[in-house]
Write a protein that binds this ligand. Structure first.
Ligand SMILES: *Cc1c(COP(=O)(O)O)cnc(C)c1O
Length: 435
């Protein structure tokens, strides 16, 4: 079935009461039939619900639905997108490993890679850009993944997923892709060679700024068993589960099984079933909402581009954009509703715009029905050095907009009045000689 249908129906054919909406299974545990069934579930011999840190029937529907939309073989949900990123990576590393990354990363991912992982003996090697040419020299026998965002947040770069996947596979490593900004409606990384997809469900999938959540989806494509030295966690007996060998005992999807047994069971960042319910509500209208998000974003991008007060607009929907060709290939000519732009006056000008909006909400989120504005250099990416900021594709003046579902004329009117305020402030700073 098509995405519009999957978003509404996949993963649920009713429960014993024939409830038409997915019920919220607000329970911590499920009763075992007897000791032998309990034992078999604990040995991963029988599927089944037992304790809701590990799995839950409401979350299960969300996992199946996301899996269908991304064309995966299995999925695990997490309490936040960041938990999903963390577990997606921790699932393939051990002390001494490294991962190779595109440098255009979400702020918390960037700091996790640069400052948290190294304390556990794992290094993230940020390439100079998002191309295979700069990534390849960073790969060695200790590399256990390439990580990138399909559409970088907030840089707006689009990664040539097929090329990066080919590079990864040539070196015997999987490609993990954060597909949050694109959503499975714009690109399905698994169909372009990626092995694992990560989502923050908090953004477009929830869609209303109410609910944190994350997910990891396994494409089932990576041959873990062929690389026993690089990936002992999938090829050696796991003492925590009666000596299970993931690649041998779950040959279709060892990655995602371990993501649940270690990622959820041991680390514990579980999604609440109530949040899973809200995220399922969001998912039902995702295809519809994205159409309006995109139409509004195109109006805004064109408006900004033709406004003399604006210096630059970074929107891959423009035919002359650096990433337009890749947008055609991977997004099928569609465009995300997250874009950045800059006005003259550097960091302070960015702050001025941020401070001057009235309809736009000043916050660090995206994909909400409401239009949102953020100034990455002073917020999400505040911890980055000027050189890192440049590499991450965020000039100091950059303003990130997430265009919502309001009437486009109201959005444009707010931008217009904010630009007028910025221009006045710039002029008065220049007049006072401080510029
Ligand atoms: C927001 C975001 C995350 C983190 O998700 P949370 O749900 O906020 O934890 C990770 N990656 C990208 C690209 C994001 O935009």
């Amino acid at each position: 079935m098509r995405d519009e249908t999957l978003a509404i129906h996949a993963g649920y054919d009713g429960d014993p009461t024939r409830a038409v909406a997915v019920p919220i299974y607000q329970t911590v545990a499920h009763e075992f039939i007897d000791a032998s069934q309990a034992g078999a579930i604990f040995d991963l011999e029988l599927p089944g619900f037992h304790y809701n840190r590990i799995n839950n029937p409401t979350n299960d529907v969300l996992e199946r639905r996301l899996c269908a939309l991304e064309r995966g073989v299995g999925a695990v949900t997490f309490g936040s997108g960041q938990a999903a990123v963390t577990q997606a990576v921790l699932n393939v590393v051990r002390q001494g490993s490294n991962i190779v990354c595109a440098p255009q990363l979400y702020g918390a991912t960037h700091t996790f890679f640069s400052h948290v992982l190294p304390r556990y003996g794992v290094t993230a090697r940020l390439a100079a850009d998002d191309t295979t040419g700069t990534m390849e020299p960073l790969i060695d026998e200790k590399t256990t993944a390439i990580f990138c965002e399909s559409i970088g947040n907030p840089a707006g770069n689009i990664v040539d997923l097929a090329a990066v996947a080919e590079l990864a596979h040539a070196h015997g490593v999987p490609l993990i892709v954060d597909n949050t900004v694109a959503t499975p409606l714009l690109v399905k990384p698994l169909t372009h060679g990626a092995d694992v997809v990560v989502h923050s469900l908090t953004k477009f999938i929830g869609g209303h700024g109410t609910t944190l959540g994350g997910a990891v989806i396994d494409g089932g494509s990576f041959p873990w068993a062929e690389h026993p030295d690089r990936f002992p966690m999938f090829n050696q007996p796991e003492p925590a589960f009666h000596g299970v060998v993931y690649a041998r005992d779950f040959p279709e999807m060892p990655y995602i099984v371990r993501c649940r047994t270690v990622g959820l069971r041991n680390f514990g960042p579980t999604l609440s079933p109530f949040n899973a319910f809200l995220l399922l509500q969001g998912l039902e209208t995702l295809p519809l909402r994205l159409e309006r998000h995109e139409a509004n974003a195109r109006r805004v991008a064109n408006y900004l581009r033709h406004d003399p007060r604006v210096e630059w607009v970074n929107f891959c929907g423009f035919a002359d954009h650096q990433y337009h060709r890749l947008a055609e290939t991977y997004l099928g000519g569609r465009a995300p509703s997250v874009l950045t732009f800059g006005i003259r006056g550097g960091y302070q000008a960015g702050l001025d715009f941020f401070n001057s909006v009235a309809l736009f909400k000043r916050l660090v989120n995206l994909g909400d029905a409401k239009s949102l504005v953020s100034h990455p250099a002073s917020t999400t990416h505040r911890q980055l050095s000027p050189a890192e900021l440049e590499q991450a594709g965020i000039p100091p003046e950059a303003i990130r907009l997430s265009i919502g579902l309001e009437h486009p004329d109201d959005i444009l009117e707010d931008i217009d009045q904010a630009l007028a305020v910025c221009q006045e402030r710039l002029l008065s700073r220049q007049y006072a000689g401080s510029e």
